[in-house]
Design a protein around this ligand. Structure first.
Ligand SMILES: Cc1cc2nc3c(=O)[nH]c(=O)nc-3n(C[C@H](O)[C@H](O)[C@H](O)COP(=O)(O)OP(=O)(O)OC[C@H]3O[C@@H](n4cnc5c(N)ncnc54)[C@H](O)[C@@H]3O)c2cc1C
Length: 284
């Protein structure tokens, strides 16, 4: 279907984009890569009168070393994030997850910030961002603020970004030397995950000193498998210890039931995928 008619602006600075948002208010929608917004417009699930395109704002693109973190501009395409050596070295879990997003076309157009701002509970980036303790830099009429990952994902397709605000950058604390693995369960290649698990571990010898695990599609927002994380700390990388810890992966989650699987099936998947992801992250 063809979207309803809209007017279009493409500002070249964040300030101008914020001014356009302030001017058009509820009648405006930001577009980044358009990979989630355009299908919504085509299905006429939303019909904004104004589209504000962030594509010409150069300051929103790129990846830089920011001391103890890697800073990723919101408009940086998935392909760039997925092939960036800084991200691979200091946030390997992001590299692993980006590889699993859809197909090459979507990864070329879709953006890191757009995917996180969209907050699809089946999106592949929320769980690794949460597991790595990312922080989100948000610009608005009153200036810039930073929101921690634990407070960023509010509900289904809802984040802490206000209607008059723009996500400008995502800061990922460096996890240099940590092993990382992303397990995504799909029925067909390139699908959204039925469940996915993002795991990263810091080893001391053969012992898991720390583990961070993010779950996708186990609730209305990305979640941490905190019981498994706690159970893994101090354990040796033996199949049995990891299996016992992974059995708690679904604790405290609220997975949906749909045509892809019942909630109980997703809970089971979470335990299996957590075991696989942790073992792979630990090099086992
Ligand atoms: C066929 C297909 C398959 C896909 N499969 C997967 C998959 O397997 N896994 C996965 O994770 N994703 C998948 N995606 C989605 C893809 O990752 C998109 O890139 C992502 O969801 C949206 O990013 P975007 O840059 O295209 O944002 P857009 O579609 O342009 O915007 C999405 C939403 O975020 C808002 N927004 C965008 N940027 C900002 C910003 N900087 N500040 C504030 N609000 C903003 C927009 O207003 C809009 O509401 C798929 C998409 C398609 C079309």
């Amino acid at each position: 279907m063809i979207p309803a008619a809209f007017d279009y602006v493409a500002p070249t600075t964040v300030e101008d984009a914020l001014a356009a948002l302030a001017q058009y208010g509820d009648e405006a929608k930001i577009i980044a890569g358009g990979q989630s917004l355009l299908p919504v417009l085509r299905m006429r699930l939303n019909a904004p009168e104004w589209i504000i395109d962030l594509g010409k704002i150069e300051s929103l693109r790129g990846i830089r070393d920011d001391g103890d973190a890697i800073a990723i501009g919101a408009m940086t395409p998935h392909t760039v994030v997925g092939s960036d050596p800084l991200v691979a070295e200091h946030a390997a879990l992001i590299t692993a997850a980006v590889e699993h997003i859809a197909d090459a076309q979507v990864r070329h157009r879709g953006t890191f910030g757009g995917a996180l701002a969209h907050a699809d509970p089946a999106g592949d980036l929320g769980a690794p961002a949460l597991a790595l303790g990312a922080s989100f830099v948000i610009a608005g009429p009153g200036g810039t603020r930073t929101v921690e990952a634990d407070d960023f994902f509010v509900d289904l397709f809802e984040t802490a970004i206000g209607e008059d605000e723009i996500l400008t950058e995502v800061r990922i604390p460096k996890h240099t030397g940590w092993g990382a693995h992303h397990e995504k369960f799909v029925r067909l290649a390139h699908q959204w995950p039925i469940v996915a698990v993002a795991a990263t571990v810091r080893l001391e010898g053969d012992t898991i000193a720390e583990a961070r695990i993010g779950l996708t599609n186990m609730g209305s927002t990305p979640l941490r498998a905190r019981a498994s994380e706690a159970a893994l700390a101090g354990q040796s990388i033996s199949g049995d210890a990891v299996r016992t810890a992974a059995a708690q992966a679904a604790d405290g989650t609220n997975p949906p039931s749909d045509l892809n699987g019942a909630a109980s099936y997703r809970s089971h998947l979470a335990t299996v995928l957590t075991r696989r992801a942790v073992l792979a992250a630990a090099g086992g």
